[in-house]
Design a protein around this ligand. Structure first.
Ligand code: HAM
Length: 409
């Protein structure tokens, strides 16, 4: 019978890879807590309407990529495709968003999108996500961008490119949308994909984000949002750029950076790397004023980002496995109990290590102890067992010493 295999686009993380994820989470906790952020954990399942409403029906994420099913109680539920909507739902439900005060939350975890799997693109992937709620100031955008930059540098990842844009607001966006629709109508729009022929009327910004090559070519000369910003948005973006400049962050302006989710307003940003294949975005985010209210909360603005952990893992050096203090090899079956008890006592003294009571040869066990870089190899064979002792071999200098087991009591 053939063994059951994992689902396409899903991955198992064994210790070597899991260590990278643990390290990223530890760095994020450290950096984010220095910015006053606290951790929030939300469920992986939410009501489908949360994402339909929050992310937008016209987005690829909602329209094509969600894992949606009806549960046994006839409710439509969806495995979260991103964290922001769930974080806002939780913050609204718990009433933690207060007028005039910033709420800072971060979260980690698996997200699910039914995309075509390829290098750096999974159906289950992991994000590190941060949201700053309640602050309309451009400085909040910059603080979040600087926090992202601090976090990425804490991972020792170099050569990342920051791109920034402003998407305008409810005031100026209609003017821009009208300009875009007019542009597409004047074009040979039959060449657009079927989705975009619809979206050019319903949500023309989505056409700018379409991945179909024919659509990409047709948007090349589309009007830029920068020429349609209202005074408020222009001032906001200028203030963001001025402070980012003062902070010394290098970035490029990208007027095509519309992001794949409908909730963004004003500042958007993305961080890309040229070293991980075609899926270049390692992080993305922006401001989403109006979303909290759309989801039934108070009129609180927000700004945040998410990093893709699989993509960051490809850019990071793999953390070394922790070096165990001991490797305890038992070669006499009578000695297994004594060995387990000795290992237990060593661990109670704060040492780390494993007790090996398999039947392999001493040579292969010592090879394993060397591979895991154990500092000392403890051996209990027949001789040691009869004498109530243990041999301790220092793996650096090879020196061997015998101790009475009673000495560890
Ligand atoms: P996003 O750009 O959709 O934004 O995703 C953020 C990051 O998640 C991407 O830059 C990428 O690194 C990673 N990612 C996305 N899809 C996949 C995939 N299929 N496989 C591997 N990695 C992937 C958001 O999700 C927003 N919620 C970010 C945000 C937070 N905006 C404001 N607050």
């Amino acid at each position: 019978m053939s063994a059951i295999q994992k689902i396409k686009g899903f991955a198992d993380l064994f210790p070597e890879d899991a260590r990278s994820f643990t390290h990223m989470e530890a760095q994020a906790r450290d950096v984010f807590s220095r910015f006053g952020f606290g951790e929030l954990r939300t469920p992986v399942l939410e009501r489908t309407e949360l994402f339909a409403k929050g992310i937008g029906e016209e987005t690829d994420v909602v329209g094509k990529e969600m894992y949606t099913f009806t549960d046994r109680g006839d409710r439509s539920l969806t495995l979260r495709p991103e964290a922001t909507a769930g974080v806002l739902r939780a913050a609204i439900e718990a009433g933690v968003i207060e007028a005039g005060r910033a709420t800072r939350l971060y979260t980690f975890g698996p997200m699910f999108r039914y995309e075509r799997p390829q290098k750096g693109r999974m159906r289950q992937f992991h994000q590190i996500n941060a949201e700053l709620l309640g602050s309309p100031e451009p400085q909040a955008d910059v603080e979040v961008i600087l926090m992202l930059e601090d976090f990425l540098s804490s991972l020792g990842i170099a050569d990342l490119a920051f791109e920034l844009n402003s998407l305008g607001c409810r005031e100026c966006r209609p003017d821009y949308r009208a300009a875009l629709t007019a542009y597409f109508e004047a074009l040979d729009h039959e060449k657009l994909c079927e989705d975009c022929r619809r979206r050019m009327h319903t949500n023309p910004l989505r056409v700018l984000d379409c991945k179909v090559p024919a659509c990409k070519a047709l948007v090349a000369d589309a009007p830029a949002i920068g020429d349609h910003l209202c005074t408020g948005c222009r001032d906001h973006f200028s203030a963001v750029l001025a402070l980012v400049d003062k902070a010394g962050l290098k970035y490029a302006l990208n007027p095509r950076l519309v992001r794949g989710l409908d909730y963004y307003q004003r500042t958007t940003f993305e961080v890309t790397s040229g070293a991980i294949g075609s899926q270049t975005a390692v992080a993305g985010g922006g401001r989403y004023d109006g979303l909290v209210q759309l989801l039934g909360g108070p009129d609180a603005p927000g700004v945040g980002f998410a990093c893709g952990m699989e993509r960051l893992a490809m850019l990071m050096e793999k953390p070394e496995a922790p070096q165990p203090d001991f490797f305890l090899a038992v070669t006499d079956p009578r000695a297994v109990d004594s060995a387990i008890l000795l290992a237990h006592k060593l661990r109670k003294r704060g040492l780390t290590g494993e007790c090996d009571y398999t039947s392999g040869s001493m040579k292969s066990r010592l090879r394993h102890a060397g591979r895991i870089k154990a500092k000392k190899c403890y051996i209990i064979g027949a001789e040691e067992f009869d004498a109530g002792q243990v041999t301790v071999k220092d793996m650096d200098d090879g020196e061997q010493t015998r101790f009475d087991l009673a000495a560890f009591d």
